[in-house]
Design a protein around this ligand. Structure first.
Ligand code: HEM
Length: 397
Protein backbone atom coordinates (compact mmCIF):
# COMPACT_ATOMS: atom_id res chain seq x y z
CA UNK A 1 0.00 0.00 0.00
CA UNK A 2 1.27 3.46 -0.75
CA UNK A 3 -0.09 6.80 0.28
CA UNK A 4 -2.21 7.05 -2.89
CA UNK A 5 -4.06 3.87 -2.05
CA UNK A 6 -4.80 4.93 1.49
CA UNK A 7 -7.06 7.93 1.30
CA UNK A 8 -9.95 9.25 3.28
CA UNK A 9 -11.92 6.44 1.66
CA UNK A 10 -10.21 4.01 4.00
CA UNK A 11 -9.42 6.24 6.97
CA UNK A 12 -12.07 7.63 9.28
CA UNK A 13 -14.78 5.49 7.72
CA UNK A 14 -17.19 3.50 9.87
CA UNK A 15 -15.18 0.37 9.08
CA UNK A 16 -11.97 2.04 10.25
CA UNK A 17 -13.62 3.28 13.43
CA UNK A 18 -14.91 -0.22 14.12
CA UNK A 19 -11.51 -1.84 13.66
CA UNK A 20 -8.58 0.46 12.82
CA UNK A 21 -5.90 -2.15 13.60
CA UNK A 22 -5.45 -3.73 10.12
CA UNK A 23 -5.01 -0.24 8.63
CA UNK A 24 -2.50 0.67 11.32
CA UNK A 25 -0.54 -2.53 10.61
CA UNK A 26 -0.24 -1.55 6.92
CA UNK A 27 0.74 2.01 7.78
CA UNK A 28 3.42 0.95 10.28
CA UNK A 29 4.84 -1.31 7.60
CA UNK A 30 4.72 0.99 4.59
CA UNK A 31 4.09 4.63 5.57
CA UNK A 32 4.89 5.04 9.28
CA UNK A 33 4.86 8.84 9.00
CA UNK A 34 1.84 9.24 6.78
CA UNK A 35 0.65 12.38 5.00
CA UNK A 36 -3.00 12.38 5.88
CA UNK A 37 -6.15 14.26 4.81
CA UNK A 38 -8.18 14.78 7.96
CA UNK A 39 -11.99 14.78 8.05
CA UNK A 40 -12.02 18.57 8.48
CA UNK A 41 -10.11 19.03 5.20
CA UNK A 42 -6.74 19.82 6.77
CA UNK A 43 -3.61 17.95 5.80
CA UNK A 44 -1.38 16.59 8.49
CA UNK A 45 0.97 13.78 9.43
CA UNK A 46 0.01 10.63 11.28
CA UNK A 47 2.65 8.72 13.22
CA UNK A 48 1.95 5.03 13.78
CA UNK A 49 5.11 3.26 15.06
CA UNK A 50 5.83 2.94 18.78
CA UNK A 51 9.39 4.32 18.78
CA UNK A 52 8.41 7.23 16.50
CA UNK A 53 5.36 7.94 18.67
CA UNK A 54 7.52 8.30 21.78
CA UNK A 55 9.95 10.55 19.95
CA UNK A 56 7.16 12.77 18.64
CA UNK A 57 5.37 12.97 22.00
CA UNK A 58 8.59 14.19 23.60
CA UNK A 59 9.63 16.53 20.77
CA UNK A 60 9.07 20.12 21.92
CA UNK A 61 9.33 21.34 18.31
CA UNK A 62 5.81 19.98 18.06
CA UNK A 63 3.76 22.52 19.95
CA UNK A 64 0.19 22.58 21.22
CA UNK A 65 -0.72 26.26 21.14
CA UNK A 66 -1.39 27.01 17.49
CA UNK A 67 -1.98 30.72 18.14
CA UNK A 68 1.67 31.10 19.19
CA UNK A 69 2.59 30.04 15.68
CA UNK A 70 0.27 32.33 13.74
CA UNK A 71 -0.06 35.20 16.17
CA UNK A 72 -3.83 34.86 15.66
CA UNK A 73 -6.26 33.85 18.31
CA UNK A 74 -8.70 32.32 15.88
CA UNK A 75 -9.71 28.83 16.89
CA UNK A 76 -7.87 29.34 20.14
CA UNK A 77 -10.49 31.21 21.96
CA UNK A 78 -12.98 28.59 22.94
CA UNK A 79 -13.75 27.80 26.56
CA UNK A 80 -11.77 24.61 26.24
CA UNK A 81 -8.41 25.79 24.92
CA UNK A 82 -6.73 27.79 27.69
CA UNK A 83 -5.39 24.88 29.68
CA UNK A 84 -2.33 22.63 30.01
CA UNK A 85 -3.37 20.27 27.24
CA UNK A 86 -3.19 23.07 24.67
CA UNK A 87 -0.21 24.95 26.15
CA UNK A 88 3.55 24.77 25.83
CA UNK A 89 6.27 25.62 28.31
CA UNK A 90 6.37 27.77 30.37
CA UNK A 91 2.55 28.20 30.55
CA UNK A 92 2.10 24.44 30.54
CA UNK A 93 4.08 23.92 33.74
CA UNK A 94 2.29 26.74 35.55
CA UNK A 95 -1.19 25.46 34.61
CA UNK A 96 -0.45 21.81 35.32
CA UNK A 97 1.24 22.74 38.59
CA UNK A 98 -1.96 24.41 39.86
CA UNK A 99 -3.92 21.15 39.85
CA UNK A 100 -1.24 18.48 39.98
CA UNK A 101 -1.36 18.04 43.75
CA UNK A 102 -4.99 16.96 43.61
CA UNK A 103 -4.17 14.05 41.31
CA UNK A 104 -1.06 12.46 42.82
CA UNK A 105 -1.26 8.68 43.39
CA UNK A 106 -1.42 9.36 47.17
CA UNK A 107 -4.34 11.77 46.93
CA UNK A 108 -6.14 9.42 44.60
CA UNK A 109 -5.55 6.36 46.83
CA UNK A 110 -7.41 8.24 49.57
CA UNK A 111 -10.48 8.26 47.31
CA UNK A 112 -10.64 4.47 47.03
CA UNK A 113 -13.45 3.99 49.57
CA UNK A 114 -15.59 6.73 48.08
CA UNK A 115 -15.12 5.38 44.53
CA UNK A 116 -16.06 1.90 45.76
CA UNK A 117 -19.16 3.34 47.47
CA UNK A 118 -20.32 5.15 44.31
CA UNK A 119 -19.72 1.98 42.27
CA UNK A 120 -21.69 -0.16 44.73
CA UNK A 121 -24.61 2.28 44.66
CA UNK A 122 -24.66 2.16 40.85
CA UNK A 123 -24.51 -1.64 40.89
CA UNK A 124 -27.39 -1.73 43.41
CA UNK A 125 -29.49 0.26 40.95
CA UNK A 126 -28.55 -2.11 38.12
CA UNK A 127 -29.49 -5.12 40.26
CA UNK A 128 -33.08 -3.83 40.42
CA UNK A 129 -33.40 -4.14 36.62
CA UNK A 130 -33.56 -7.07 34.16
CA UNK A 131 -30.67 -5.92 32.01
CA UNK A 132 -28.18 -3.06 31.80
CA UNK A 133 -26.57 -0.68 29.38
CA UNK A 134 -23.03 -0.68 30.73
CA UNK A 135 -22.27 2.79 29.42
CA UNK A 136 -25.34 4.57 30.84
CA UNK A 137 -25.60 2.56 34.03
CA UNK A 138 -21.96 2.40 35.21
CA UNK A 139 -19.21 3.52 32.83
CA UNK A 140 -20.54 7.07 32.40
CA UNK A 141 -21.94 7.92 35.87
CA UNK A 142 -18.97 6.63 37.89
CA UNK A 143 -16.19 8.89 36.55
CA UNK A 144 -18.44 11.92 36.14
CA UNK A 145 -19.68 11.69 39.73
CA UNK A 146 -16.07 11.38 40.94
CA UNK A 147 -14.72 14.34 38.96
CA UNK A 148 -17.74 16.46 39.98
CA UNK A 149 -16.99 15.72 43.64
CA UNK A 150 -13.31 16.64 43.19
CA UNK A 151 -14.26 19.91 41.54
CA UNK A 152 -17.20 20.68 43.82
CA UNK A 153 -19.80 20.71 41.02
CA UNK A 154 -23.24 19.12 41.58
CA UNK A 155 -23.13 15.67 40.02
CA UNK A 156 -26.89 15.93 39.32
CA UNK A 157 -25.86 18.20 36.44
CA UNK A 158 -23.98 15.35 34.82
CA UNK A 159 -26.36 14.87 31.89
CA UNK A 160 -25.62 18.43 30.81
CA UNK A 161 -21.88 17.72 30.90
CA UNK A 162 -22.50 14.64 28.82
CA UNK A 163 -24.26 16.62 26.09
CA UNK A 164 -21.65 19.36 26.09
CA UNK A 165 -18.64 17.11 26.07
CA UNK A 166 -20.09 14.73 23.45
CA UNK A 167 -20.66 17.76 21.30
CA UNK A 168 -17.09 18.93 21.71
CA UNK A 169 -15.58 15.52 21.09
CA UNK A 170 -17.77 14.30 18.24
CA UNK A 171 -18.83 17.44 16.48
CA UNK A 172 -15.91 19.20 14.92
CA UNK A 173 -17.32 19.66 11.45
CA UNK A 174 -20.47 20.02 9.34
CA UNK A 175 -23.86 20.27 11.01
CA UNK A 176 -22.36 19.40 14.39
CA UNK A 177 -20.29 22.59 14.40
CA UNK A 178 -23.43 24.72 14.95
CA UNK A 179 -24.61 22.56 17.84
CA UNK A 180 -21.14 22.71 19.27
CA UNK A 181 -21.13 26.52 19.29
CA UNK A 182 -24.48 26.60 21.14
CA UNK A 183 -23.37 23.93 23.59
CA UNK A 184 -20.11 25.72 24.32
CA UNK A 185 -22.05 28.91 25.09
CA UNK A 186 -24.25 26.98 27.51
CA UNK A 187 -21.23 25.33 29.12
CA UNK A 188 -19.48 28.70 29.51
CA UNK A 189 -22.55 30.24 31.12
CA UNK A 190 -22.93 27.27 33.45
CA UNK A 191 -19.32 27.56 34.62
CA UNK A 192 -19.60 31.34 34.99
CA UNK A 193 -22.61 30.92 37.29
CA UNK A 194 -20.78 28.24 39.23
CA UNK A 195 -17.68 30.41 39.68
CA UNK A 196 -19.86 33.28 41.02
CA UNK A 197 -21.40 30.96 43.61
CA UNK A 198 -17.97 29.67 44.68
CA UNK A 199 -16.61 33.22 44.96
CA UNK A 200 -19.45 34.01 47.40
CA UNK A 201 -18.84 30.93 49.53
CA UNK A 202 -15.65 29.02 48.74
CA UNK A 203 -15.11 25.48 50.01
CA UNK A 204 -12.38 22.84 50.06
CA UNK A 205 -12.90 21.73 46.46
CA UNK A 206 -10.60 22.19 43.50
CA UNK A 207 -12.62 24.99 41.88
CA UNK A 208 -12.36 27.01 45.12
CA UNK A 209 -8.58 26.52 45.06
CA UNK A 210 -8.36 27.57 41.42
CA UNK A 211 -10.44 30.66 42.09
CA UNK A 212 -8.10 31.60 44.91
CA UNK A 213 -5.19 31.23 42.49
CA UNK A 214 -7.01 33.41 39.95
CA UNK A 215 -7.67 36.11 42.55
CA UNK A 216 -4.01 36.16 43.52
CA UNK A 217 -3.34 37.62 40.10
CA UNK A 218 -0.40 36.22 38.24
CA UNK A 219 -1.10 32.50 38.54
CA UNK A 220 -4.23 31.96 36.49
CA UNK A 221 -6.23 34.18 34.13
CA UNK A 222 -10.02 34.07 33.94
CA UNK A 223 -9.89 32.32 30.56
CA UNK A 224 -7.52 29.76 32.02
CA UNK A 225 -9.92 29.16 34.92
CA UNK A 226 -12.61 28.21 32.38
CA UNK A 227 -10.08 26.23 30.35
CA UNK A 228 -8.71 24.15 33.20
CA UNK A 229 -12.10 23.37 34.78
CA UNK A 230 -13.75 22.43 31.46
CA UNK A 231 -10.76 20.22 30.58
CA UNK A 232 -10.98 18.42 33.91
CA UNK A 233 -14.72 17.83 33.52
CA UNK A 234 -14.32 16.51 29.99
CA UNK A 235 -11.02 14.60 30.31
CA UNK A 236 -12.13 13.40 33.73
CA UNK A 237 -14.93 11.27 32.35
CA UNK A 238 -14.96 10.91 28.53
CA UNK A 239 -11.91 8.69 28.52
CA UNK A 240 -12.66 6.63 31.61
CA UNK A 241 -16.16 5.82 30.27
CA UNK A 242 -14.47 4.12 27.35
CA UNK A 243 -11.78 2.52 29.46
CA UNK A 244 -14.54 0.68 31.34
CA UNK A 245 -16.58 0.02 28.18
CA UNK A 246 -13.71 -1.14 25.94
CA UNK A 247 -12.23 -3.31 28.69
CA UNK A 248 -15.47 -5.17 29.33
CA UNK A 249 -15.91 -5.66 25.57
CA UNK A 250 -12.40 -7.11 25.31
CA UNK A 251 -13.21 -9.56 28.09
CA UNK A 252 -16.54 -10.57 26.55
CA UNK A 253 -14.76 -11.21 23.25
CA UNK A 254 -12.11 -13.32 25.02
CA UNK A 255 -13.96 -15.64 27.45
CA UNK A 256 -10.74 -17.44 28.41
CA UNK A 257 -9.25 -14.15 29.67
CA UNK A 258 -12.52 -13.32 31.45
CA UNK A 259 -12.41 -16.69 33.20
CA UNK A 260 -8.77 -16.14 34.13
CA UNK A 261 -9.56 -12.80 35.75
CA UNK A 262 -12.61 -14.21 37.52
CA UNK A 263 -10.47 -17.05 38.91
CA UNK A 264 -7.68 -14.62 39.85
CA UNK A 265 -9.20 -11.24 40.78
CA UNK A 266 -5.76 -10.13 42.00
CA UNK A 267 -4.75 -9.94 38.30
CA UNK A 268 -6.86 -6.80 37.87
CA UNK A 269 -3.76 -4.54 37.58
CA UNK A 270 -2.22 -6.34 34.61
CA UNK A 271 -5.69 -6.92 33.19
CA UNK A 272 -6.37 -3.19 33.20
CA UNK A 273 -3.00 -2.34 31.63
CA UNK A 274 -3.62 -4.92 28.91
CA UNK A 275 -7.08 -3.48 28.28
CA UNK A 276 -5.54 -0.01 27.92
CA UNK A 277 -3.00 -1.38 25.45
CA UNK A 278 -5.31 -3.65 23.49
CA UNK A 279 -8.13 -1.20 22.78
CA UNK A 280 -7.28 2.11 24.39
CA UNK A 281 -9.89 4.85 24.94
CA UNK A 282 -7.82 7.56 23.24
CA UNK A 283 -7.25 6.90 19.54
CA UNK A 284 -5.00 9.84 18.73
CA UNK A 285 -2.99 12.35 20.69
CA UNK A 286 -4.45 15.84 20.49
CA UNK A 287 -3.07 17.96 17.65
CA UNK A 288 0.49 19.23 17.65
CA UNK A 289 1.94 21.72 15.18
CA UNK A 290 5.49 22.02 13.89
CA UNK A 291 7.12 25.13 15.34
CA UNK A 292 9.74 25.06 12.56
CA UNK A 293 10.75 23.06 9.46
CA UNK A 294 12.48 19.81 10.31
CA UNK A 295 13.03 16.29 9.09
CA UNK A 296 11.30 13.47 10.93
CA UNK A 297 12.03 9.88 9.90
CA UNK A 298 12.85 10.93 6.37
CA UNK A 299 9.81 13.21 5.92
CA UNK A 300 10.07 16.97 5.54
CA UNK A 301 7.78 18.47 8.17
CA UNK A 302 7.10 22.13 7.47
CA UNK A 303 6.48 24.88 10.00
CA UNK A 304 2.76 24.90 10.82
CA UNK A 305 2.13 21.26 9.78
CA UNK A 306 -0.28 19.38 11.97
CA UNK A 307 0.95 16.12 13.51
CA UNK A 308 -1.11 13.47 15.27
CA UNK A 309 0.15 10.36 16.98
CA UNK A 310 -1.91 7.18 16.65
CA UNK A 311 -1.61 5.88 20.21
CA UNK A 312 -3.57 2.69 19.59
CA UNK A 313 -1.34 1.93 16.61
CA UNK A 314 1.82 2.41 18.68
CA UNK A 315 0.31 0.04 21.26
CA UNK A 316 -0.03 -2.66 18.57
CA UNK A 317 3.48 -2.31 17.18
CA UNK A 318 5.03 -5.79 16.94
CA UNK A 319 8.48 -4.29 17.38
CA UNK A 320 7.47 -3.37 20.91
CA UNK A 321 4.83 -5.92 21.92
CA UNK A 322 5.00 -9.66 21.24
CA UNK A 323 1.83 -10.85 19.47
CA UNK A 324 0.22 -7.41 19.77
CA UNK A 325 -3.14 -8.54 18.38
CA UNK A 326 -3.53 -11.06 21.22
CA UNK A 327 -5.44 -9.92 24.32
CA UNK A 328 -3.35 -11.45 27.09
CA UNK A 329 -3.83 -10.28 30.67
CA UNK A 330 -0.73 -12.16 31.83
CA UNK A 331 1.43 -9.77 29.77
CA UNK A 332 3.77 -8.46 32.46
CA UNK A 333 5.65 -5.59 30.93
CA UNK A 334 3.35 -3.27 29.06
CA UNK A 335 4.83 0.19 28.53
CA UNK A 336 1.79 1.24 26.49
CA UNK A 337 1.13 4.81 25.43
CA UNK A 338 -2.58 4.94 26.29
CA UNK A 339 -1.90 7.88 28.62
CA UNK A 340 0.55 9.57 26.24
CA UNK A 341 4.14 10.46 27.13
CA UNK A 342 6.29 13.49 27.79
CA UNK A 343 5.14 16.70 29.44
CA UNK A 344 1.48 16.12 28.52
CA UNK A 345 1.39 12.63 30.04
CA UNK A 346 -2.14 12.19 31.37
CA UNK A 347 -2.58 13.96 34.66
CA UNK A 348 -5.56 11.80 35.57
CA UNK A 349 -3.90 8.41 34.98
CA UNK A 350 -3.85 7.36 38.69
CA UNK A 351 -7.54 8.30 39.01
CA UNK A 352 -8.51 6.59 35.75
CA UNK A 353 -6.66 3.42 36.78
CA UNK A 354 -8.35 3.31 40.19
CA UNK A 355 -11.82 3.93 38.74
CA UNK A 356 -11.21 1.31 36.05
CA UNK A 357 -9.99 -1.32 38.50
CA UNK A 358 -12.85 -0.79 40.93
CA UNK A 359 -15.52 -0.68 38.21
CA UNK A 360 -14.34 -3.81 36.39
CA UNK A 361 -13.64 -5.89 39.52
CA UNK A 362 -16.91 -4.95 41.19
CA UNK A 363 -18.99 -5.52 38.07
CA UNK A 364 -17.52 -8.98 37.46
CA UNK A 365 -17.84 -9.95 41.10
CA UNK A 366 -21.44 -8.83 41.40
CA UNK A 367 -22.59 -10.06 37.99
CA UNK A 368 -20.29 -12.94 37.01
CA UNK A 369 -22.66 -14.07 34.23
CA UNK A 370 -22.70 -10.87 32.13
CA UNK A 371 -23.32 -11.43 28.43
CA UNK A 372 -23.60 -9.08 25.48
CA UNK A 373 -27.22 -8.84 24.32
CA UNK A 374 -26.29 -7.95 20.72
CA UNK A 375 -23.75 -9.16 18.22
CA UNK A 376 -20.44 -7.25 18.45
CA UNK A 377 -20.99 -6.19 14.82
CA UNK A 378 -24.08 -4.28 15.89
CA UNK A 379 -22.21 -2.09 18.38
CA UNK A 380 -22.02 1.52 17.24
CA UNK A 381 -18.55 3.06 17.60
CA UNK A 382 -18.47 6.76 18.39
CA UNK A 383 -17.37 9.09 15.63
CA UNK A 384 -14.64 11.68 16.21
CA UNK A 385 -10.89 11.80 16.19
CA UNK A 386 -9.88 11.46 19.80
CA UNK A 387 -12.00 9.11 21.80
CA UNK A 388 -12.42 5.41 20.98
CA UNK A 389 -15.53 3.75 22.42
CA UNK A 390 -19.03 2.49 21.71
CA UNK A 391 -22.28 4.35 22.34
CA UNK A 392 -24.09 1.56 24.17
CA UNK A 393 -23.18 -1.83 25.60
CA UNK A 394 -26.40 -3.78 26.32
CA UNK A 395 -25.70 -6.60 28.75
CA UNK A 396 -27.74 -9.31 30.39
CA UNK A 397 -26.67 -10.61 33.76
C1 HEM B 1 -3.84 14.25 28.99
C2 HEM B 1 -5.44 9.75 28.15
C3 HEM B 1 -8.30 9.97 32.07
C4 HEM B 1 -6.93 14.55 32.72
C5 HEM B 1 -4.02 13.00 28.44
C6 HEM B 1 -3.33 12.50 27.28
C7 HEM B 1 -3.78 11.26 27.04
C8 HEM B 1 -4.77 10.94 28.05
C9 HEM B 1 -3.35 10.32 25.91
C10 HEM B 1 -2.27 13.27 26.48
C11 HEM B 1 -2.83 13.85 25.21
C12 HEM B 1 -1.77 14.43 24.30
O1 HEM B 1 -0.58 14.36 24.62
O2 HEM B 1 -2.14 14.96 23.26
C13 HEM B 1 -6.34 9.43 29.14
C14 HEM B 1 -6.97 8.13 29.28
C15 HEM B 1 -7.78 8.20 30.39
C16 HEM B 1 -7.65 9.53 30.94
C17 HEM B 1 -6.74 6.94 28.37
C18 HEM B 1 -8.68 7.17 30.99
C19 HEM B 1 -8.54 5.92 30.80
C20 HEM B 1 -8.16 11.21 32.60
C21 HEM B 1 -8.80 11.67 33.82
C22 HEM B 1 -8.44 12.98 33.97
C23 HEM B 1 -7.53 13.33 32.88
C24 HEM B 1 -9.69 10.84 34.71
C25 HEM B 1 -8.88 13.95 35.02
C26 HEM B 1 -8.63 14.09 36.13
C27 HEM B 1 -5.99 14.83 31.76
C28 HEM B 1 -5.34 16.13 31.64
C29 HEM B 1 -4.44 16.04 30.57
C30 HEM B 1 -4.57 14.69 30.04
C31 HEM B 1 -5.58 17.34 32.52
C32 HEM B 1 -3.52 17.14 30.05
C33 HEM B 1 -2.17 17.00 30.69
C34 HEM B 1 -1.15 18.01 30.19
O3 HEM B 1 -1.31 18.54 29.08
O4 HEM B 1 -0.19 18.26 30.91
N1 HEM B 1 -4.91 12.02 28.90
N2 HEM B 1 -6.79 10.25 30.14
N3 HEM B 1 -7.40 12.24 32.08
N4 HEM B 1 -5.51 13.99 30.79
FE1 HEM B 1 -6.06 12.10 30.54
Amino acid sequence: MNSNELTNNTLFTKEFTKNPYPTYAKLRETEPVYRILLPDGQYGWMITRYEDAIEALKDLRLIKNFSKLTGENEGYDSIFTHNMLFSDPPDHKRLRGLVQKAFTPRMIAEMRDRIQEITDDLLDEIAKKDSMNLIDDLAFPLPIIVICEILGVPSEDRDKFRIWSNSLIEGTNGEHAKDMAVHMQEFTKYLGDRFSKVRESPGEDLISQLIMAEEEGDKLTEKELYGVVSLLIIAGHETTVNLIGNSILSFLEHPDQLQLLQDHPEMIHTALEESLRYNGPVEFSTSRWAREDFEFKGKEISKGDLVIIALNSANHDPNQFTDPEVFDITREKSPHLAFGKGIHLCLGAPLARLEGEIAISSLLQRFPQIKLRVDTNELEWRPGMVVRGVKEIPLSF
